[in-house]
Design a protein around this ligand. Structure first.
Ligand SMILES: NC(=O)c1ccc[n+]([C@@H]2O[C@H](COP(=O)([O-])OP(=O)(O)OC[C@H]3O[C@@H](n4cnc5c(N)ncnc54)[C@H](OP(=O)(O)O)[C@@H]3O)[C@@H](O)[C@H]2O)c1
Length: 292
């Protein structure tokens, strides 16, 4: 099987570069090799490579900067996935794409299902939602996996930020009014790869039948404040911490250019039932991730 992976240097893409090779030959493309803002080039490259499977782990993910660069966010998050879906259909290939909990407005108080109405609050969420619609219009055998609060132990994730803040401050104030599902990038890449392995014999027929949107995230949900406390409890080097107190704060104390949904937990029952896979709880996954 020939696989094209977009976004290999991102949190999720980095993990896919390690989990996909058991399935076939992976051609991984980063921004230097292919800028997703160049839609013609996306089309040309995919037509030339003729993959059986496209995994799109790339996205314009800087939620605040997207407010200043809506056109670029729209190209990368909305138009490029549409082109991927179109070429994938003409090649008889499968497209795996990731979307976000930020397609919701966060006014719910129980986890969102796939049939709940969307109403994004910011440019990033709007661009990702249009990306979903473009894939639905042009695609054939595809899965759109909506996930939330993705972290890895590499780079500038919330986990590494909290560990850094806890080494420089005696008090941390973390919002407790934002609630979501922390999702370890490795768990997400591995469960997606497992799903692909299960359907290996009839990849495009299988996913044509089951195509659509699925919620996939760490099991359960929590606030950023509780998540931060768990991060510190699992710190592999607690003696380096200078922090004495962790206080709950409110989102309005930390104004940002982009509004964020307050409650964006995802109900992943549809994914678990359709594919017979269980998503581990966010806190057991965090423990595993931080054990190194
Ligand atoms: N992070 C979250 O909390 C979160 C939550 C919900 C959903 N998601 C979704 O999950 C998926 C994976 O997210 P992630 O956290 O792994 O993202 P990430 O770490 O920010 O990685 C995104 C990747 O996309 C690449 N990219 C951005 N613009 C590009 C362009 N113009 N051309 C080519 N490549 C480009 C980046 O390349 P560079 O390395 O060169 O910048 C990076 O490798 C995305 O679809 C995202 O929307 C993420």
């Amino acid at each position: 099987m020939k696989i094209v992976l977009f976004g290999k240097n991102g949190q999720l893409g980095w993990e896919f570069e390690r989990s996909l090779p058991v399935l076939g030959n992976v051609v991984s493309l980063d921004r230097e090799e292919l800028d997703l803002g160049d839609l013609q080039e996306v089309q040309r490259t995919l037509r030339e490579l003729k993959p059986d499977l496209i995994v799109n782990a790339s996205a314009y993910t800087d939620v605040d900067r997207a407010e200043q660069e809506p056109e670029l966010a729209m190209k990368v998050n909305a138009l490029a996935p549409g082109v991927m879906a179109e070429v994938s259909r003409t090649l008889g290939a499968v497209l795996i794409h990731f979307s976000t909990d930020y397609v919701f407005d966060g006014r719910a108080n129980t986890p969102y299902t796939e049939s709940d109405p969307t109403d994004p609050l910011n440019v990033y969420g709007k661009s990702k939602l249009i990306g979903e619609e473009n894939i639905k219009q042009s695609g054939d055998a595809y899965l759109i996996l909506r996930t939330s609060w993705v972290y890895s132990l590499r780079g500038n994730s919330f986990v590494n930020k909290v560990l850094g803040w806890a080494r420089k401050n005696s008090t941390l104030r973390i919002v407790d009014d934002q609630v979501g599902c922390p999702t370890w990038a490795r768990m997400l890449a591995e469960i997606t790869s497992l799903l692909l392995a299960q359907h290996r014999g009839s990849l495009s027929d299988g996913f044509r039948e089951q195509c659509g949107i699925y919620h996939v995230a760490g099991g359960g949900y929590t606030s950023r404040y509780e998540w931060a406390k768990q991060i510190l409890a699992n710190d592999p080097r607690p003696s380096e911490q200078t922090v004495q107190v962790i206080e709950p704060g409110r989102s309005e104390e930390f104004p940002t250019p982009a509004a964020r949904p307050l409650f964006s937990a995802l109900d992943c029952t549809r994914f678990e039932k359709t594919f017979g896979l269980r998503l581990p709880s966010w806190n057991s996954t965090l423990e595993l991730a931080m054990a190194g």
